[in-house]
Design a protein around this ligand. Structure first.
Ligand code: F6P
Length: 478
């Protein structure tokens, strides 16, 4: 496995070294997979104590309390972090793929460093890969790696999964290095995206850029190499979410929290503080909702968790400022001595606290401006069987989760109406909508995603039946 973000980060503080898990969908999805398949995960060692706990090659066995696989950390210097991670990945690919072209900073130095870091990950992967290994690359940080690996390891199986939207060619083509990026990706045997529309966009981009490529609805032949392209909507570890959220201690804490909050209903948003997540529009919609329905004043609170992310980038800092001004204004307008309309948490909350919030929230608002999939929608549904999900039509999840209340995140009035509808929904209607959502999240969990992906890739996981664990991967048919 190769990804930018590592699954376990070691940080030193005054009390000593602490291991934490980062936020974000990628790690949440891939760690349970690695725990089942074992193997080596190569990623950027971003924690300030990462080097202290790893060996001289940057290797450490994880999870620490029950080691199941090897994490190999790659050390990046400040220039690399700035130009490859913040720069190329998050100021070019990220905004362009999320249709925020105007935010893209198309600097050649970002591209140069991005290429160098891809080479560094190439070398580490070559050191780790065995002849029969399947090499699975995650996300936008390593678009050049599939083709580079293909040259060195013509017989290994290589796949890439893209965790964010893939935009139409008209948008993607603003990137001056678009041909190199697409060629790099086409080194993979299999390319996965969350939805059919991202697949269609990718195929469209290849057709435009390489008129001599043969492109069908699910495969591309280019320069003698065949790349299959398919949608694999990612899921969550449903059973684990159920287990963790049903523990007695957590239930008790959730009940206490709910009664302390002293409101009749709770609306919840949980996001990284990213301009793509639609937090600002959601707050404005909540304001409209309170204005239009004063009967809810004093009775409904909106809890917004906005975890800090990528704050070295000015667009993120600006969005934080706008969100905080809006929280202040809305609270200033409506607040009462015993009631806070918006409870805003700008910290990374421990997993149990998020589970507790999922449990007590009557309504979850997952209303990104655009999002590859959005796993918060799936986590909420797994934890809270009585809740109502309001979901943006521009989240990848809405292609599957159509019995949620689907909204346009630009339409503040429609979102305010959706809030009223959700809060006044009868228990029968809640159940009618929630039933199919839960079924879907349960059926298409992270292991379904893994199995579907591997089956398409031609890999069969061999189970050690007694231990109930996967011991090796093998090709399905040669
Ligand atoms: O590319 C998508 C993604 O990696 C998600 O998996 C995750 O939600 C987010 O970006 C995390 O971002 P970062 O690793 O930059 O903190």
């Amino acid at each position: 496995m190769v990804s930018n973000r590592e699954p376990y980060i070691h940080e030193r503080n005054k009390k000593g070294i602490r291991c934490k898990t980062p936020i974000g969908g990628l790690v949440a999805a891939i760690d349970p997979v690695m725990q089942r398949t074992r193997g080596v995960w190569i990623a950027w060692g971003s924690g300030n104590a990462d080097a202290e706990v790893a060996d001289e090659k940057g290797r450490i066995q994880v999870p620490e309390d029950d080691p199941r696989y090897t994490l190999r950390r790659i050390w990046l210097d400040p220039k690399e972090i700035n130009e490859y991670y913040y720069g190329f990945s998050n100021r070019i690919i990220w905004p362009v793929c999320h249709l925020f072209q105007e935010k893209a900073r198309l600097l050649p130095e970002y591209w140069e460093t991005y290429k160098k870091v891809n080479q560094r990950f190439l070398r580490a992967t070559l050191e780790e890969a065995l002849p029969d290994d399947h090499i699975w690359i995650q996300d936008v940080h390593f678009t050049l790696l599939p083709a580079a690996l293909r040259e060195e390891l013509p017989d290994n199986d290589i796949a890439l999964f893209w965790h964010i939207p893939f935009p139409p060619w008209e948008t993607f083509s603003c990137i001056p290095w678009r041909k190199e990026i697409l060629e790099g990706m086409l080194g993979a045997d299999l390319l996965g995206f969350h939805t059919e529309s991202y697949v269609a966009n990718f195929l469209g981009a290849v057709k435009k850029e390489f008129p001599d490529a043969q492109v069908s609805s699910s495969a591309i032949r280019y320069k003698g190499q065949i790349t299959r392209v398919r949608a694999f909507p990612i899921g969550i570890d449903y059973n684990r979410y159920r287990e963790l959220s049903s523990r007695d201690s957590l239930r008790r804490r959730a009940t206490q929290l709910r009664s302390k909050m002293n409101v009749q209903q709770i609306i919840l948003g949980v996001d990284r503080l990213d301009y793509t997540k639609g937090i600002l529009n959601r707050l404005l919609a909540f304001e409209k909702f309170l204005e239009a329905h004063p009967k809810h004043l004093g009775k409904v609170s909106f809890v917004q968790v906005a975890s800090p992310t990528r704050s070295a980038i000015s667009e993120y800092r600006e969005m934080k400022q706008r969100i905080e001004e809006t929280v202040g204004r809305v609270n200033g307008k409506f607040q009462r001595p015993q009631w806070t309309p918006v409870i805003y948490i700008n910290r990374h909350l421990p997993g149990d606290d998020v589970l507790m919030l999922y449990r007590i929230a009557d309504v979850a608002m997952v209303t990104p401006i655009i999002d590859g999939m959005n796993l918060v929608a799936k986590e909420y549904v797994a934890v809270n069987e009585n809740g109502v999900l309001i979901l943006s039509e521009f989240a990848g999840a809405s292609e599957e989760m159509d019995s949620a209340i689907i909204v346009n995140p630009y339409d503040l009035d429609a979102m305010a109406r959706a809030l009223e509808e959700a809060l006044s929904m009868s228990p029968e209607e809640r159940t009618r909508r929630m039933g199919p959502l839960r079924e879907l999240v349960k059926e298409r969990d992270i292991f379904w995603w893994l199995d579907t992906f591997l089956e398409e890739w031609g890999v069969e996981l061999m189970m050690d039946q007694e231990a109930g664990q996967i011991v090796a991967g093998a090709r399905l048919s040669e």
